[in-house]
Design a protein around this ligand. Structure first.
Ligand code: PEP
Ligand code: MG
Length: 399
């Protein structure tokens, strides 16, 4: 593919924060990609931007882009993206680091163009390489129904301490699963008597974790859905203790693990993300050992899509599932390593959006291309629905 033009700019994400977008023009057309942004980030994530900020990153990327104009790239498979990452590496050595979000959009837009060059959809381009032509797996959605923690505003000084109260269908088709999640989401709104949503379009409330779980249980039962939680425990772990605000309570490591085990059993919770703070591998293991084997104990801040921490999490029996957020690591070939390791070790993979999102649906192609078991991309809101719709379109194209 011949590079005719590359434009890099600053756009707004779903939270109206600045993020970066790119448009690549080749003889096959125009391709765009933009970067999501997290709020409850893991401490081991790569920095999103150059240490002098987003604008510095954009300037560097524009200078880098100029060096690519009129170059020809032949990307036959995912591994060939190394041609681009090597050039980025050389440029960064001389002029400074771009940051994970810039690498995310550069790789993303090149992969979109490379797929088109070979007359493939992006998921097919990845799947051909990673799954050697196997029929793609259609994931199930993990949808954020009710929110708390860092993603939600306090109402009268209150919000649930856990970050996400999730609904997870188990259906034959993705489109039916999405419909069920939407119905349950609408019912939850009626029960909560609210119209206010948070960063991820989940309902906001003043209720406690347990009160929300009671509501979630009710709506899940009606639509035969499974229940999940993103505890995002690091966000309220301060000076060695878990500091609950709603109701005011302090739990130490042992209390936190006991509490989580108790509610997992009481509410038959299928999916629990980051139940302990991000460096407590043994705490994750403790919970995993004391609940049903079917419960997914999911690493997000714990693993940060970084093979080093994924190996540690799996090797120490702390997790049986993990979140994959490509911009946590800022390299799609590192994502590929993590995916291969997860497949070899039977670790379930959840491809996930960030709380600050854009109208890019590349996550859906990554999820299907890499063979993800789940996609966590919300239930409602245009930045979330565009990703769900992309999976529905892929599903339709397979029939
Ligand atoms: C999460 O913790 O799973 C999440 C989506 O949050 P953020 O994007 O804010 O890191
Ligand atoms: Mg999380």
């Amino acid at each position: 593919m011949f590079i005719r033009d590359i434009k890099v700019g600053v756009i707004s994400n779903s939270r109206k924060e600045h993020t970066v977008g790119i448009e690549l023009t080749t003889y096959e057309g125009k391709f765009a990609c933009s970067a999501p942004s997290g709020k409850s980030k893991g401490k081991n994530e790569v920095p999103c931007y150059n240490r002098n900020g987003l604008i510095r990153s954009v300037k560097l990327t524009r200078a880098f882009a100029k060096t690519l104009i009129h170059k020809n790239f032949i990307l036959k498979n995912l591994d060939d993206i190394k041609q681009l990452t090597d050039l980025i590496g050389h440029f960064e050595k001389r002029y400074g680091l771009f940051g994970g979000n810039i690498r995310y959009i550069l790789e993303g837009v090149f992969l979109k163009a490379a797929a088109k060059d070979r007359n493939l959809e992006l998921w097919q381009f990845i799947n051909n390489d990673v799954n050697a032509g196997k029929k793609p797996k259609i994931p199930m959605p993990v949808g954020n129904c009710i929110g708390g923690g860092l993603h939600s505003p306090k109402i009268n000084g209150k919000r649930p301490d856990f970050q996400e109260f999730l609904l997870i269908p188990n259906e034959k088709t993705f489109s039916h699963a999405v419909t069920l999640n939407l119905k349950a989401y609408t019912l939850a709104r009626k029960i909560l008597k609210t119209s206010k949503t948070n960063d991820e379009s989940a309902w906001t409330t003043t209720k406690t974790n347990e009160e929300v779980l009671e509501i979630l249980k009710k709506v899940a039962k009606k639509y035969k859905l499974r229940i999940g939680l993103d505890v995002a425990a690091s966000t309220f772990f301060k000076k060695g203790y878990y500091k609950y605000k709603n109701k005011e309570l302090i739990r130490d490591k042992v209390d936190q693990a006991d509490y989580l085990e108790k509610i997992i059993k009481k509410f038959k919770i299928f999916y629990v993300e980051d139940p302990m703070e991000e460096s407590d591998f043994s705490g994750f293991k403790e919970i995993k050992n004391n609940v049903s084997k079917k419960t997914l104990i999911v690493g997000d801040d714990l693993t940060t899509t970084n093979i080093k921490y994924v190996r540690r999490g799996v090797g120490s029996n702390a997790i049986n599932a993990m979140i994959i957020k490509p911009n946590q690591i800022g390299s799609i070939l590192e994502v590929k390593k993590v995916v291969e390791y997860c497949k070899d070790n039977k670790i379930k993979m959840i491809f996930s959006h960030r709380s600050g999102e854009t109208m890019d649906s590349i996550l859906a192609d990554y999820c299907i291309g890499f063979g993800g078991n789940f996609i966590k991309a919300g239930i409602y809101g245009r930045h979330r629905l565009i990703k769900l719709k992309r999976i529905m379109d892929i599903e339709k194209s397979l029939k």
